[in-house]
Design a protein around this ligand. Sequence first.
Ligand SMILES: CC(C)(COP(=O)(O)OP(=O)(O)OC[C@H]1O[C@@H](n2cnc3c(N)ncnc32)[C@H](O)[C@@H]1OP(=O)(O)O)[C@@H](O)C(=O)NCCC(=O)NCCS
Length: 232
Amino acid sequence: MAKAAFRRQSTTGSVGETAKPDAFPAVDAELKTGVEQGGEAVIAVRDVRSRNVRLSVEYVRLRPGSWGAVKDDIQRLESLCFNPERRFGNVRLKSIYADPYAVNLVAKVDGRIVGYVHGGPLESPHFRDLEGVTADSNYGKYNTYYGGGVAVDPAYQGLGISKFLHDESLKIIKTSAGPTRKTYEYKSGRTERGTPTNRFFRRKGAVFRTIPGRHSKTKDDMEYYSLPLNRV
Ligand SMILES: CC(C)(COP(=O)(O)OP(=O)(O)OC[C@H]1O[C@@H](n2cnc3c(N)ncnc32)[C@H](O)[C@@H]1OP(=O)(O)O)[C@@H](O)C(=O)NCCC(=O)NCCS
């Protein structure tokens, strides 16, 4: 990944900042004061072919505090791609996009966001209450990055956008640290069985555990995965 400078630099809340293991003071402070730093860094630009039309897809990493700039696109994608019961909603999303330890990437076509992948430390306030998170054997060790979600606009699906977003975010996560400055050893998340995301992490060598009765459409099981990052 090319090291690109963020387009707008911030003065606080940088990744890797020291914090107590049991708290996310920087996140809390950002949420309280509504600090909006924003800014983004271009990771890559790749051409893809869709119905014989060549599209240029720009992959971008967002700075914490970018919510104001991206919220319309992210909310639109969440509504397009997830049933209401699977949506995070405004409050949780805003918290994820304010988190200084998040690795939030988006894909843009013609300046418009057509895909996203987001997440953060497993113990983050915005993930703690999700099914399976506190049951993760690594919960509380601050060695795990939780993949909050991935979505690609249906008009751009099947072009490899989510695969590229995942691969790039894995590269960043492997060398990143959460609030205790400990480099991540695992990535975890919830997926529905048989989906591209589930297949992606299965192929990477993740270990899966079943969470009963959580599939929004079919009522099949959700699966919680844990991927040792030294395998990718
Ligand atoms: C899941 C989702 C993010 C996949 O996004 P995507 O960009 O279409 O995914 P990709 O194109 O990277 O890959 C999807 C599949 O298409 C295949 N593919 C990629 N490029 C392709 C191409 N040019 N032609 C045909 N197939 C292609 C990939 O090999 C992959 O197959 P696999 O499932 O066997 O791995 C998208 O379908 C979505 O937003 N779904 C709704 C939300 C959701 O369920 N999110 C996941 C749970 S958090």
